[in-house]
Design a protein around this ligand. Structure first.
Ligand SMILES: [Zn+2]
Length: 313
């Protein structure tokens, strides 16, 4: 374990928010503290597992490491929903960048890249810390490098767009990651990412069982108010902030965590999840989710930010 200072303002003055355990995989019963910086309001885990220790909390059954199939064995409705989700992400990128070279950081098995494979005008690359996940991505014909942003693998100014889907909250040093992304982007490059939104209706409803505290894997829990200065300090200007995407699946996670906290067995949670993951329920719930997600209060925040020249020191 290690202690850390606020990643946004550097202060070590904080208040304890919650002491939580792994409600997702229940790897063990260890408890982890989420604190809130008294100076800037950033919520983060402190103390926390080091990058060497945290690996055992990422089991291979982790959803992000699953290959999302939309082949013939998948039902028509499920295929449509999968494509719908990835197309929304893709359209967000396209709205601000019509083509170029894209790097998906934390691409896992390459689900996002695979769905965008072959789009005209784009060269797609991935960066993934898990060699196993990256291997699966490569077996799908994707150009994926094993490594982290900290390792500075790519040349500066190489990318037109960099995406991070549900990744920034997992990193030990988001500020440093953003600095590296700034270096990697071309002068007019864009950054597109999604994170859980602490300032959301489902956090208000589920509190300490909210999916955004994906203990101990989520080291940070952001709001637009904490992301904005973090981005500005790294040399980015927000072009778009929305919370309209990715509602339903995250609310199913909320329900799973809530059941786990109440002592339901793993089998009971899986049974409930199977019902809730049914595509028909997703279709019914989606309009309600978009209504609730208006006004930036949805479960996730999607941000598009433009690289700005860094102020001379
Ligand atoms: Zn702070």
């Amino acid at each position: 374990m290690e202690t850390t200072r606020c990643n946004l303002c550097g202060s070590d003055d904080y208040r304890l928010l919650y002491t939580l355990q792994d409600l997702h995989f229940r790897i063990d019963d260890r408890r982890f503290d989420y604190v809130q910086c008294r100076r800037c309001g950033l919520v983060y885990q402190n103390p926390r597992l080091t990058s060497d220790e945290i690996g055992r909390y990422y089991p291979s059954e982790y959803e992000c490491y699953q290959v999302v199939e939309s082949g013939r064995q998948t039902s028509w409705l499920k295929r449509r929903l999968i494509d719908f989700g990835f197309n929304k992400r893709w359209k967000t990128v396209l709205r601000y960048k019509p083509g170029g070279t894209l790097l998906d950081v934390g691409c896992a098995t390459g689900n996002f890249l695979f769905h965008m494979h072959g789009k005209p005008g784009w060269v797609l690359k991935g960066l993934e810390v898990s060699a196993e996940a990256a291997g699966l991505a490569r077996s799908r014909g994707l150009d994926v490098t094993v490594g982290t942003l900290e390792e500075s693998i790519f040349a500066g100014g190489e990318f037109d767009a960099i995406t991070l889907w549900d990744v920034l909250e997992h990193l030990h040093d988001p500020a440093r990651a953003l600095n590296e992304i700034h270096r990697l982007l071309k002068g007019d490059g864009i950054l597109v990412f999604r994170v859980p939104n602490l300032d959301s209706w489902d956090y208000r409803l589920f509190k300490q069982n909210w999916h955004g505290f994906e203990t101990p894997r989520h080291l940070y829990v952001f709001t637009l108010a904490t992301l904005k200065p973090l981005l500005e300090r790294a040399g980015f200007r927000i072009l778009h902030a929305g919370s309209e995407y990715g509602s339903y699946m995250t609310v199913v996670l909320d329900v799973r965590f809530w059941m786990a906290a109440r002592g339901y067995s793993r089998a009971a949670i899986e049974r409930a999840a199977r019902v809730l993951y049914h595509p028909a329920l997703r279709v019914i719930f989606s309009p309600i989710a978009s209504l609730l997600g208006g006004n930036l209060k949805g479960p996730s925040l999607t941000i598009v930010a433009a690289k700005q020249p860094l102020a001379a020191n």
